[in-house]
Ligand binder design. Structure first.
Ligand code: KIV
Ligand code: ZN
Length: 385
């Protein structure tokens, strides 16, 4: 039996904190609908007190989505919670996400309060948010660098105050997977009322460990993962939604599942990229332009014989129409023959050998050889350099 993990998408809140790529309300609504179709369980739609635009986006998204919980962020401040509650008023299923910094660094240099005061403010904020919604999530900001004993105390207090979900953010992406996993395990074993709430992971990618940490978190008992499309977000970004989902799909030995329609992963990433005006690194797992592209001779030959030789994911399963064979100077005869045959040229061994030599000269010059270049080569026309 696999455990269903809730996917909490924060593309529209933490993801949208990518500098210079903000979305307007109309764009946010388009993306929220796509996220609902993708099958996420919760959409964090914004931080309503931060600006009238963000407030409005949460209102409009609440009116439009039906099958998904809409979440609004707030600090542990009454005014923030009032504004978040107001923004969620049209919502079918609303959640307020409130919290406070808990690490020694945050308490002493940012908030300048004691641990006791943080517990008091956190618990009061949760209890206050309950007047607007039943579903209240508490975040312990910088939990990744928070002492586990204190973290357990504040988590126990906010659950007693009514928190339904407790978020353990590795805000600075500092934790190693074993460390983050041990933190979740510690909470599972030391917070008396932990069975009354769901533990959520929220990992940042400053050291490239966000996905590994999130997976460790669910292996140790977390029931929700917070993530963004293509891992976008401030600095090095957040846990990438598509990575989490495809780990659970590809590794059947892991006892986890999600409600995500994987065939919508690539189209949703393309939509996000387009709306936000982002470039996604070509080698990005699952949704990057090269995620299913093969350019070296040995790999191309292997893939043409059996795709699974060099691919663990069927591109169709994530909405990519097919694997691509990129012709470069590292490509072999098998790939050239395959491409030429798709273009209608069936070559015998001798003529293939001759064309292959011509192709290599062309590829050294052009780096990537496309169908047009090949057509000209076959017609004996010299390609423009
Ligand atoms: O990274 C973080 O700590 C956050 C919280 C506001 C949830 O984004
Ligand atoms: Zn974050």
């Amino acid at each position: 039996m696999s455990k269903k993990i809730d996917i909490f998408d924060t593309t529209l809140r933490d993801g949208e904190q990518v500098p210079g790529n903000q979305l307007n309300t109309e764009e946010k609504v388009i993306l929220a609908k796509a996220l609902e179709n993708l099958g996420v369980d919760i959409i964090e739609a914004g931080f309503p007190v931060s600006s009238p635009g963000d407030f409005n986006s949460v209102v409009e998204i609440s009116k439009i989505v039906k099958d998904v919980t809409v979440c609004a962020l707030s600090r542990a401040i009454k005014k923030d919670i009032d504004v978040a509650g107001d923004a969620l008023k049209y919502c079918k299923r609303g959640r307020i996400h409130t919290g406070i910094g808990t690490s020694h660094l945050h308490l002493t240099t940012k908030l300048k309060i004691s641990q006791e005061e943080a517990i008091r403010r956190g618990s009061e904020a949760v209890a206050y948010a309950k007047r607007y919604v039943e579903d209240v999530e508490f975040y312990a900001e910088d939990a990744g660098r928070t002492d586990n004993v204190f973290l357990a105390q504040i988590i126990e207090a906010v659950i007693a105050a009514g928190a339904t979900v407790v978020n353990i953010p590795d805000t600075t992406g500092y934790c190693l997977p074993e460390e983050y996993g041990a933190k979740i395990k510690f909470l599972m074993e030391n917070v008396k009322n932990i069975h009354k709430a769901t533990i959520s992971t929220h990992c940042h990618n400053d050291l490239g460990l966000a996905t590994a940490n999130s997976i460790m978190g669910v292996q140790m008992g977390a029931g929700q993962i917070e993530c963004t499309i293509a891992g976008i977000g401030e600095r090095a970004g957040n846990t990438a939604l598509e990575e989490i989902v495809m780990i659970m799909e590809s590794r059947k030995d892991l006892p986890f599942s999600t409600n995500i329609d994987t065939t919508k992963l690539f189209p949703t990433s393309e939509l996000t990229k387009e709306l936000m005006g982002l470039t996604i690194q070509p080698n990005k797992a699952i949704v990057g332009a090269n995620a299913f592209a093969h350019s070296s001779g040995i790999h191309q030959d292997g893939v043409l014989k059996n795709r699974e030789n060099y691919e663990i994911i069927d591109p169709l399963s994530v909405g990519v129409s097919e694997s691509s064979i990129i012709l470069t100077a590292r490509s072999g005869r098998a790939a050239l023959k395959f491409r030429l045959s798709k273009m209608g040229y069936e070559l015998e061994t001798a003529s293939l050998d001759k064309s292959y030599l011509e192709f290599l000269t062309l590829a050294d010059e052009l780096k990537v050889v496309n169908d047009n270049d090949l057509e000209m080569m076959m017609k004996g026309v010299k390609a423009a350099s």
